[in-house]
Design a protein around this ligand. Structure first.
Ligand code: PMP
Length: 285
C-alpha cells in the first residue's frame, strides 16, 4: 500500500519521498529521530516525544525548521493521511544537504521526514512466556563521547550489540557501560525486581531517557510499588527475581533468561505481569 510521507513541509507519495546522497544524515549519521506509537488513532505521549526530539536537536546544534506546534500538526496529518489507528510514527530530522566535508554549518537546511506506518511487535507468545537475552560484549557509547540521551541517527553502537544477540539466537542484548554497570538493551530500558522492590539504572549510566520507562515508573508508583534508580551489575541481573524491558515498540516485556541463567523460576513474574497490564490499559485508555 502506498504511504504518504511528510517531507519538509508537506505530504508526498512514498515514490517522491527521497533525500539527497549529500544529506549529512546519510553521510555522517548527523541527525536525530524518534519512534512513537499510535494507539486508537491517538499519538502516545506526543508531548514527551516532541520535547525529546527538540532536546536532541538542541544538543547537536540543529535548528528544526518548524515550531513544536507545527511538528505536532504535521504528525497528526501524517497519521490521518495514512489511516493509522494502531501503529507507529518515525520522526527524522537530518542535518540536510551539504558538501562531503564534516562541517554541519555548511548544510542548507535540516530535512524533516515523518513516516506513519503499522508496527510489528514481538509475537504474542514472547509476551506470554518471556524473552531470553544475552550480555553484549560491546559496551554502550561512553556518555562523555556521545551523550546517549541524544537519539541520534548513528545507531552503530546498538547495532553491534544487536548483531551479538542475533548470533546468539536471542532477540535482545543487554549493554553495560565502560565501568561495567548495566545500561540498557539495544532499543529498550531495563528494570529488575528484587524482594518486591523495582530497580532501574539511572539514565546517567548511559542510556536513552526512555519515555516508556518514565510511564512505567509513574504507573508503578501510583500503584504503591517502590521504584529505585541505582547502578546495577551483571550479578544483580543474574540473581534478581524478575527482569523486564520497556520501550516504544516492546511496551513491557518480561526477560526470563540471561546468559543461560533463569530469571527467578524462568517464567514472567507477578510484578512484571501487573505492570504490563497497567501499561497496556494506560496506553489504550
Ligand atoms: N534505549 C534506546 C537506545 C532506544 O532506542 C529506545 C527506543 N526509543 C529506548 C531505550 C526506549 O525508549 P522509549 O521508551 O522512549 O521508546
Amino acid at each position: 500500500m502506498a504511504l504518504k510521507i511528510w517531507l519538509d513541509d508537506k505530504l508526498v507519495g512514498d515514490q517522491d519521498a527521497t533525500v539527497s546522497v549529500f544529506d549529512h544524515g546519510l553521510l555522517y549519521g548527523d541527525g536525530i529521530f524518534e519512534g512513537i506509537r499510535v494507539y486508537a488513532g491517538k499519538i502516545f505521549e506526543e508531548k514527551a516525544h516532541v520535547d525529546r526530539l527538540y532536546e536532541s536537536a538542541k544538543a547537536i546544534r540543529l535548528q528544526i525548521p518548524m515550531t513544536k506546534d507545527e511538528m505536532v500538526d504535521a504528525m497528526r496529518k501524517t497519521v490521518e493521511a495514512n489511516g493509522i489507528k494502531e501503529g507507529y510514527i518515525r520522526q527524522i530530522v537530518t542535518r540536510g544537504v551539504g558538501s562531503l566535508g564534516l562541517n554541519p554549518f555548511n548544510c542548507e537546511k535540516p530535512c524533516v521526514i515523518l513516516i506513519a506506518s503499522t508496527i510489528q511487535p514481538y509475537p504474542e507468545e514472547v509476551y506470554e512466556n518471556g524473552m531470553k537475552v544475552i550480555s553484549a560484549t560491546t559496551i554502550r557509547n561512553h556518555p562523555l563521547a556521545l551523550p546517549p540521551q541524544i537519539k541520534s541517527l548513528n545507531y552503530l553502537n546498538n547495532i553491534f550489540a544487536k548483531m551479538e544477540a542475533i548470533d546468539a539466537n536471542v532477540p535482545e542484548a543487554i549493554m553495560y557501560n565502560h565501568m561495567g554497570y548495566v545500561v540498557e538493551a539495544t532499543v529498550d530500558n531495563i528494570f529488575i525486581v528484587k524482594d518486591g522492590i523495582i530497580y532501574t539504572p539511572p539514565v546517567n549510566a548511559g542510556s536513552l531517557c526512555g519515555i516508556t520507562r518514565a510511564v512505567v515508573t509513574k504507573l508503578a508508583k501510583q500503584n504503591s510499588l517502590e521504584v529505585v534508580e541505582t547502578d546495577l551489575t551483571r550479578f544483580d541481573l543474574y540473581i534478581c527475581d524478575e527482569f523486564f524491558l520497556t520501550g516504544t515498540a516492546a511496551e513491557v516485556i518480561s526477560i526470563v533468561e540471561i546468559d543461560g541463567r533463569f530469571v527467578g523460576d524462568g517464567k514472567p513474574g507477578p510484578v512484571t505481569e501487573r505492570l504490563r497490564k497497567l501499561f497496556f490499559e494506560y496506553a489504550r485508555s
